[in-house]
Write a protein that binds this ligand. Structure first.
Ligand SMILES: *[C@@H]1O[C@H](CO)[C@@H](O)[C@H](O)[C@H]1NC(C)=O
Ligand SMILES: *[C@@H]1O[C@H](CO)[C@@H](O)[C@H](O)[C@H]1NC(C)=O
Ligand SMILES: *[C@@H]1O[C@H](CO)[C@@H](O)[C@H](O)[C@H]1NC(C)=O
Ligand SMILES: *[C@@H]1O[C@H](CO)[C@@H](O)[C@H](O)[C@H]1NC(C)=O
Length: 381
């Protein structure tokens, strides 16, 4: 499916899915992971409690000789068998979707309370003490990424888990750094695994609201942080999507999440690294790591028909995805971006039912200065 993003007048951005005579439909294959069982409670679930959630069970692909293999080794054989035995237009991949560790914007939302955060503070770039524009990881966020790192290492040592064949990250600083901490210094070469060389993908960024934490820094900045990492084709120097004025509705976010999956499941894509080397995406990349965000992972889960599963900061969810090429035209969808209300000063009360501004002021619904950096009204800091 092709997506064209056009910044129209009046600050509205429309996402248009162009018609094509085929598309890929995604489904979650249930029965392999605890996270896709209705009986699992996401709010208390700890992904490090047992093999990332891999269910202890037998598989159709088990052989007498696999008796002594670990659950993860047998799962990997099962994943290969699913692909080997499927028709040409069907394929399977295991995705590890990781939420970034806690960022300064998460800490600020807890500090101010969600309603006050949404109605006012999130529109500022920070408060002089901390910055929440393209927020960095807090110490707690770094710890959470280190937990993920240690868990991968332990899963490799005890379970011989198959490390990812390919890595993708959202372009936001908190996601890039989480991926780096999680996957640096693992014994990948010793395991015969792919080198950790992520591709930065715009399609995996967080849903774009008016919050400044949803604006990304430039491509040059990301290159300076991680000089060897790759960018998807067409990745722009500046952030051309976040406006600070309009809000990406979940339907539009789902269309871009779907397009990002299409890139990964498509066979012939090639990425050019900063050093000029072209890296082909391999059809046999079966295990994929994506480091993204709460809202973005929720969006991917909607696209693949997975039950709602909200992750805490730093948490990881594995999902087995079945992709089927459907030889039909996908319906065209045009989803206009919207706007959300906010207050020109810290709200009078914190309420979940909308913005209640000081002095009974009517919440503003249009024309917020881009980036919150040129706030015309007085700011408290
Ligand atoms: C499994 O391991 C045991 C003990 O190491 C060994 O005796 C047995 O032959 C192995 N079985 C298979 C099917 O490899
Ligand atoms: C800024 O916000 C942080 C929470 O993110 C808080 O800890 C800090 O005290 C605030 N600074 C000021 C000057 O209010
Ligand atoms: C990447 O991770 C490694 C290992 O944790 C660390 O030494 C390095 O400072 C990180 N780089 C950045 C830019 O965060
Ligand atoms: C597409 O996938 C969804 C789940 O993500 C499923 O409910 C639907 O039946 C599938 N459609 C087709 C045509 O296979």
């Amino acid at each position: 499916m092709k997506l064209t993003v056009s910044a129209a007048t009046l600050g509205f951005v429309a996402l248009t899915a162009a018609t094509s005579n085929q598309y890929i439909n995604y489904t979650t294959v249930q029965g392999y992971f605890e996270q896709d069982l209705e009986s699992t409670d996401p709010s208390t679930y700890d992904y490090t409690s047992h093999n990332f959630g891999l269910i202890d069970r037998s598989y159709d692909s088990d052989k007498p000789a696999s008796k002594n293999l670990t659950q993860w080794e047998r799962f990997h054989a099962e994943l290969q068998a699913l692909n080997d035995n499927s028709p040409k237009h069907v394929s399977y991949k295991l995705f590890f979707l990781g939420r970034h560790g806690e960022g300064y914007h998460n800490a600020a939302e807890s500090y101010f309370g969600t309603p006050a955060w949404n109605c006012y503070y999130s529109l500022l770039t920070g408060n002089g003490t901390t910055t929440w524009f393209d927020a960095d990881l807090t110490t707690e966020g770094i710890n959470q990424a280190e937990i993920a790192h240690r868990y991968w290492l332990a899963q490799y040592k005890t379970q011989h888990i198959h490390f990812p064949d390919a890595y993708y990250s959202s372009p936001m600083t908190r996601a890039l750094k989480t991926a780096n901490i999680t996957f640096s210094n693992l014994p990948l070469a010793g395991a015969g695994a792919a080198t950790f060389l992520p591709e930065v993908k715009e399609g995996f960024r967080e849903g774009m609201s008016m919050h400044t934490c949803d604006e990304r820094r430039s491509k040059s900045y990301i290159e300076s942080l991680f000089p060897t990492w790759t960018f998807e084709k067409g990745f722009t120097e500046e952030d051309e999507l976040w406006t600070g004025v309009t809000v990406e509705p979940s339907g539009a976010q789902d269309e871009r999440s779907r397009a990002a999956l299409d890139d990964i499941f498509g066979e012939k894509k090639v990425t050019k690294r900063p050093d000029g080397v072209c890296v082909p995406h391999k059809k046999n990349d079966l295990v994929i790591s994506v480091t993204a965000h709460s809202g973005e992972i929720s969006s991917i889960l909607r696209v693949i028909g997975h039950q709602t599963f909200k992750l805490s900061t730093g948490a990881v969810i594995p999902v087995l995805i079945r992709a089927e090429e459907i030889a039909e035209e996908e319906p065209t969808t045009t989803i206009a971006w919207t706007q959300s209300a906010y207050c020109a000063a810290p709200p009078a009360t914190s309420t979940a039912s909308g913005c209640v501004c000081q002095g009974s002021a009517t919440p503003i619904t249009s024309g917020y200065p881009v980036g919150g950096t040129t706030v015309a009204t007085p700011t408290p800091f």
